[in-house]
Design a protein around this ligand. Structure first.
Ligand SMILES: *Cc1c(COP(=O)(O)O)cnc(C)c1O
Length: 485
């Protein structure tokens, strides 16, 4: 299988090249030329596999030039060791509603599923392609991606990683997770300003030709770890299959029974992995796209109009505070079947901040997707009601999706993707439960543990005793200098 750009560059590349390059030269995203098809017999066989075994079957379909034995081994090493209690853990919340808890990895957010594996894919791709340069990964993060990338890339030979986060834009826990990061090849900087300032600064570095040439003289090449890279997307396809199998087992449903998924969405990467699973042949009813108050995707999936010219809200679910959902471009390409059309929409978006896809495309998208959004007050109320009715504790991102899932529930089972541990945002969660909120996240974690009797992940409580290694605060203008240092 080869990969092509969503914007019409006719050159095809291998999966390894797509992962090393990240973006296509024409600004488009890499997508598989065809989506692998899975028969009913295969599905039946897959339903009995462990998570690591299942990953070992699915990854080779999309990464054909990697040695399948390498992929199986990598999947085993990552998914059998890095996830407490086993990868793909799916909890029953109430009759017909399940929570796919994706936060039992080392950094307590779903991004671990991709970022624990992707560094191995990148290192192997460089080896296969004969790239000997040092790869320097630059990441602008609102919290979760930065830590997950640091943990995934730490101490990998030939790779360095440099993370920029907004000084006052993360929870205390998220900041400490990054500032205490171990590893000889990692660097972390706080940036004065908000996430957009950090992101703009990093994007400037990527597009600065002179800077790139200067770094190439030192045999260093910049790369990114965000979800536009195919290597971030492909590992996420696995858990849609795995969770659907577990839920059907639990409900004694036949193999061909459909399930719905509800996904708290920002950059449209996680939910797009579900689209690939569905197109491969997993029986899925709807993929429900859940947004917070930054509900640009709800508007798009309802009207066909993508309008980014709107107020940006800072919410309690910061990883979904996004107005440009980059991975939507991949869906538009698959649904329209036209790179020229996709390129035109993306041009309109960058020039005017708005584009419209028309009735026909919208109705095709709506065959697979539904949508909804949750405001700040309702998000908190949902954390409280889930806990008081079902003793189920959600973080803010999961709560946004829980509420939308409630509204969209049909006769089909509903699987909500739970994307972060509630202990990553302990003060908001405690406040939602109607408790007095202490100043420190660690005190809030202790209060939350005492209240719920659910132990917090050790990787979070142990932060209190870890040495803070990174205290540097820079301005957004200083990002280029820091990235090249
Ligand atoms: C990144 C993130 C999301 C959004 O995922 P996308 O792939 O960007 O749509 C949702 N919840 C949490 C906790 C996240 O870290």
């Amino acid at each position: 299988m080869r990969y092509i750009s969503t914007r019409g560059n006719t050159e095809t590349v291998s999966a390894a090249e797509a992962i090393v390059r990240g973006l296509s030269g024409d600004g488009g995203l890499y997508v598989p030329e065809t989506i692998p098809q899975v028969s009913e017999e295969t599905l039946q066989k897959w339903s009995g596999l462990s998570y690591a075994e299942l990953a070992g079957e699915i990854l080779p379909l999309y990464l054909p030039e990697y040695d399948p034995a390498f992929l199986k081994k990598a999947a085993k090493e990552v998914y059998e060791t890095a996830f407490e209690g086993g990868a793909g853990y799916t909890a029953r919340v109430r009759d017909g509603v399940y929570s796919l808890e994706l936060w039992h990895g080392p950094t307590c957010a779903f991004k671990d599923y991709a970022l624990q594996l992707m560094p191995r894919l990148l290192a192997e791709a460089k080896r296969m392609l004969g790239h000997a340069e040092t790869t320097r990964i630059l990441v602008a993060t609102s919290g979760d991606t930065g830590k997950a990338a640091l943990d995934g890339y730490k101490d990998l030979p030939g790779i360095e990683i440099c993370v920029f986060y907004p000084q006052d834009g993360t929870s205390q826990i998220q900041r400490l997770q990054m500032a205490t990061q171990e590893g000889a090849n990692v660097r972390v900087c706080a940036v004065e300003g908000n996430f957009d300032d950090a992101q703009t600064g990093v994007k400037k570095v990527f597009s600065d030709e002179a800077l790139r040439a200067k770094m190439e003289e030192k045999n260093i090449r910049f790369s990114s770890a965000n979800s536009i890279n195919w290597g971030r997307l492909v590992p996420q396809i696995v858990y849609y299959f795995y969770a659907a199998f577990r839920v059907k087992e639990d409900m004694h449903l036949p193999a061909d029974a459909k399930v719905d998924f509800c996904v708290p969405t920002g950059n449209f990467g996680d939910i797009l992995a579900g689209y690939y699973a569905k197109k491969m042949g997993l029986p899925v009813g709807k993929l429900v796209c859940a947004s917070n108050q930054n509900n640009v995707l709800t508007q798009f999936l309802t009207t066909g109009e993508y309008d980014a010219r709107r107020t940006f809200y800072k919410t309690a679910s910061p990883s979904m505070d996004i107005l440009i959902s980059s991975n939507l471009e991949r869906l538009l390409f698959h649904v329209s079947g036209s790179a020229a059309q996709t390129k035109e929409w993306m041009k309109e978006l960058s020039e005017n901040g708005i584009y419209t896809v028309g009735e026909e495309i919208l109705s095709r998208i709506r065959e697979d997707f539904d949508c909804g959004w949750t405001d700040e007050e309702t998000c908190r109320a949902t954390i409280l009601s889930c806990y008081s009715k079902e003793r189920y504790l959600c973080d803010t991102h999961t709560a946004v999706a829980m509420k939308v899932a409630e509204e969209k529930k049909t006769a089909l089972p509903m699987i909500v993707l739970s994307t972060a541990s509630p202990y990553k945002f302990p003060r908001v969660v405690l406040e939602a439960l109607g408790r007095t909120v202490p100043e420190s996240d660690f005190d809030a974690i202790a209060d939350l543990e005492e209240l719920t009797k659910m132990p917090a992940p050790k990787s979070l409580t142990q932060l209190k005793r870890k040495e803070v290694r990174f205290t540097q605060v820079i301005t957004a203008d200083g990002i280029a200098e820091a990235a090249c240092g």
